[in-house]
Write a protein that binds this ligand. Sequence first.
Ligand code: MD6
Ligand code: FE
Length: 223
Amino acid sequence: MGLPLEAAAEAPRVALAPGLSYVPGYLDGAAQAGLLAEIERALAEGPWYRPCMPRSGRPLSVQMTNCGPLGWVSDERGYRYQARHPTTGRPWPAIPETALRAWAELCAYPHPPEACLVNFYDASAKLGQHQDHDEEDLSAPVISLSLGATCVFRYGGVSRRDPTHKLELHSGDAIVLGGPARLIYHGVDKIRAGSSDLVPGGGRINLTLRRVTCPANGRTFQS
Ligand code: MD6
Ligand code: FE
């Protein structure tokens, strides 16, 4: 049995910087298992694929898929949001309920997320320092949920030259990047192999929830 939702909503939030909050243990064990089951159902519709870097075409070490009306993709043509899976051509599956609940609980933004990027890291995968700036509505935060192996997350400031800090993200942890932290640089330095049995075969899954379009400008996919 998991904690009642009221208790989960009270997981303490740690302000790491203005706009950057960390919610260790946001999902309890039962909620983590439930979210993993939702992701496994989504993967049957929209499987992992390996994105590549714009221009160079170099493959990323992270595998990806998405849920929601829009999904973030990266290929030789660039970075963008699109409504269909790049290899199957099908619409992305629905965003997991557990993730929608996290959005409602952890951010005050008055519209639902449109994209849930799902990253998979094996023991050797990493993600370089980047900003999430492909969304039109930068007033909405990005919310991250982690499952499985612990990672070393590194974040800095809005300039690439700003000093950086390390944060170990464990299964069940949430972070929120909003307000003045919405465009900070961040990435995943390494995965702590063998640190969790949650994901079959090991590895780490990260979900990032995003609002893409501005509700005010008439280009919404979902109000
Ligand atoms: C990850 N996270 O934790 C990668 N982006 O696997 C991200 O790139 C990220 O954690 C925007 C906001 C929060 C994040
Ligand atoms: Fe990111």
